[in-house]
Design a protein around this ligand. Structure first.
Ligand SMILES: NC(=O)c1ccc[n+]([C@@H]2O[C@H](COP(=O)([O-])OP(=O)(O)OC[C@H]3O[C@@H](n4cnc5c(N)ncnc54)[C@H](OP(=O)(O)O)[C@@H]3O)[C@@H](O)[C@H]2O)c1
Length: 310
């Protein structure tokens, strides 16, 4: 046997044992593949290596027409912190498509993972950045695409909105939903934006269930994407250590394809009851704060008024 052949065999066997170990550790459940032929899906935040990219690729493999967005190019431009950009994307979509079966609100940020910021960083129009991106921009987009979702539901019987949130919505507090907390934490701000999106999932479902719109919220798991790299910007030493520990990190974190499974299930599983929160392809209770329907109702009304003026 040649050296190169025995080397490549031992290398591939060490890769397959690493893959085996990874699967044993993460035990990621898989969504059942569905026939999405004839369905149109929008997936926001589909940059290379992201959950959105994996979600879009798998949905396309299942037959869907998939429209993806990024801020940085490669697919349709959409910046959720810029209301003009959101309007332009929704306008373009409406001109090109008269149907939208599934809107997957996946784009999001989690910045300042080392909690350096003592004050909130603001968007150009003055909102805390996580709130502006993960919640307000997402809600503006959803409201602008809602007429197309409703028309689709009228024609086909169903349309879906899938909100990729996070288990960190547990850090959100209803007490700070309408006025800022006394001190700033980027982790709490991230959690707040995701709690608001869980509330919005419940409201969307209640308001439009009769018309055939179903809404879902989900935590994708701890997934190896670009989110942590962006969150650790400005910390080169931590970045170098992370890079060195990359193979170990990848053993424990889900791949984007594994992390996309709960999103895929919410987007495609026939008859799946809406208005719920999912983890690992199963419905689970969201945080206690997420159960406060009075807060959800007030947030929905205030958000509707706000985004219609953006
Ligand atoms: N990875 C995890 O472990 C994890 C855990 C829980 C929840 N999540 C959620 O999963 C979703 C996907 O995250 P990911 O892990 O795939 O992260 P990622 O690799 O950083 O991808 C996030 C995507 O969102 C886009 N985005 C960021 N800011 C935006 C803005 N202002 N307007 C429009 N698009 C914007 C990014 O575009 P650019 O490339 O242009 O920045 C990128 O395409 C997020 O909502 C995140 O909160 C992730």
């Amino acid at each position: 046997m040649s050296w190169s052949r025995s080397w490549s065999r031992s290398r591939s066997s060490s890769w397959s044992s690493t893959a085996w170990l990874h699967r044993r550790i993460v035990r990621a459940p898989a969504a059942k593949p569905a026939d999405m032929t004839g369905k149109t899906v929008v997936v926001t935040g589909a940059s290379p290596g992201s959950l959105g990219a994996a979600t879009a690729r798998l949905l396309a493999e299942w037959g869907a027409e998939v429209v993806t967005t990024t801020r940085s190019g490669g697919s349709h431009p959409l910046d959720l912190t810029d209301s003009g950009s959101v309007r332009r994307f929704a306008g373009w979509y409406g001109e090109q498509h008269d149907t939208l079966d599934v809107l997957i609100n996946n784009a999001g940020i989690h910045l300042d993972l080392m909690s350096d910021w003592k004050e909130p960083r603001l968007s150009a129009d003055g909102y805390e950045l996580h709130w502006r991106t993960n919640y307000l921009g997402t809600m503006q987009l959803t409201h602008l695409l809602l007429p197309t979702l409703l028309r689709t539901a009228e024609r086909t019987g169903e349309a879906r909105v899938v909100n990729v949130v996070s288990k960190l919505h547990l850090r959100g507090r209803n007490a700070h939903m309408f006025s800022p907390p006394p001190s700033y934490s980027s982790w709490n701000a991230y959690g707040q934006s995701k709690l608001a999106l869980v509330h919005a999932t419940h409201e969307l479902q209640d308001h439009h269930r009769a018309a055939g719109v179903r809404a879902y919220a989900l935590h994708p798991g701890a997934v190896c994407t670009g989110i942590a790299t962006k969150g650790l910007e400005g910390h080169p030493v931590v970045g170098t250590v992370r890079k060195a520990l990359g193979p170990v990190e990848r053993l424990f974190l889900l791949t984007p394809e594994e992390g996309a499974q709960t999103t895929l299930m919410c987007a495609t599983e026939p008859g799946l009851e809406g208005g719920r929160y999912f983890v690992g392809c199963r419905p689970v209770p969201a945080s206690d704060e997420a159960e406060d329907r009075e807060v959800a109702g007030r947030l929905w009304k205030e958000t509707e008024a706000l985004v219609s003026g953006l």
